[in-house]
Design a protein around this ligand. Structure first.
Ligand code: ZN
Length: 117
């Protein structure tokens, strides 16, 4: 399903992934479990509006902005209609010992280091 086209770039969405195809950059595939956040941005000013995609794939820049002249909120709705969900989770590691800190905790389960200082 083609959702939008801009500067020869096309965005496809399905319940499994987002795919962006553009002449110069080629093909970017973003499986739902690698996408952490999708945001519609910038209704004003007009020229910067689009869809901001946060993801975990290190091959691509960590935030992809897909510019569009269409209302990004509508595009976001259409992506959600395909069944696509952001399943990616950013992991936070303890700055002291490197242990992964669970999302619901504000301190390290191993050494007790805390963000709350
Ligand atoms: Zn720790």
């Amino acid at each position: 399903m083609i959702l939008m086209t801009w500067n020869n770039a096309q965005l496809f969405a399905s319940s499994e992934d987002l795919v962006i195809i553009q002449g110069i950059i080629g093909r970017i595939e973003l499986p739902s479990n690698q996408v952490t956040e999708l945001l519609a941005v910038g209704s004003i000013p007009y020229f910067t509006r689009g869809l901001r995609i946060h993801h975990l794939i290190s091959d691509y820049s960590p935030v992809i902005l897909f510019k569009t002249l269409q209302d990004p909120h509508i595009i976001l709705e259409r992506i959600q209609e395909t069944g696509f969900k952001c399943m990616g989770r950013e992991t936070t590691n303890c700055l002291q010992c490197g242990t992964e800190i669970p999302e619901d905790k504000t301190y390290c389960p191993k050494c007790g280091w805390s963000y709350d200082g």
